[in-house]
Design a protein around this ligand. Structure first.
Ligand code: THU
Length: 163
């Protein structure tokens, strides 16, 4: 028996100025998208912006519903829209930002488990990692090199091959 440790390393930027203009643009777009959220029940606004290898940026925001589980997170809205509009085009990066009705969020918002699983599906499918930028409406930004880092011991399609 042995102890196994799985660690996550990420880059923490103090603010947008530490990132490239393209990265800043993607994060700003996701922050802008928080204002498009339909979140009357939680008051928690999430925006997402997906950069594709063809240069397109596909956006999303969380969409809630009176029947609560029928709603969808911003990341999944954006990633599904990107795959629906540009099937087979690789994702280069996704920026995810959060804000709230009551006060501006000044720390990185982290994606829920279901969104990590969905993002990982596309990363595995395209066989190339993509970056994830996490932030609030202001403040620090986390840069994660690949979705896999956000979901250790994940279940993927590889498990279903050769059954
Ligand atoms: N939400 C997202 O859009 N992304 C996440 O990764 C976490 C949660 C949304 C879902 C719901 O509309 C609200 O935030 C509160 O959970």
């Amino acid at each position: 028996m042995k102890k196994v440790e799985i660690s996550l390393s990420l880059i923490e930027a103090d603010d947008l100025s530490e990132l490239t203009p393209d990265e800043q643009e993607l994060i700003k777009t996701s922050r802008k998208m928080t204002t498009q959220a339909y979140a009357p029940y939680s008051g928690f606004f999430v925006g997402a912006a997906v950069l594709l290898e063809n240069g397109e940026i596909i956006t999303g925001s969380n969409q809630e519903n009176a029947a609560y589980p029928s709603g969808l997170c911003a990341e999944r809205v954006a990633v599904f829209a990107a795959s629906a509009k540009f099937p087979g085009i690789k994702i280069k990066a996704i920026a995810i930002s959060g804000n709230s009705k009551s006060r501006d969020i000044d720390h990185p918002v982290t994606p829920c488990g279901a969104c990590r699983q969905v993002m990982l599906e596309y990363e595995v499918k395209q066989d190339e990692p993509f970056k994830v930028y996490l932030s609030g409406y202001s403040g620090k930004i986390y840069v994660i090199e690949k979705v896999q880092d956000l979901l250790p011991l994940s279940f993927t399609s590889k498990e279903l091959k050769n059954l």
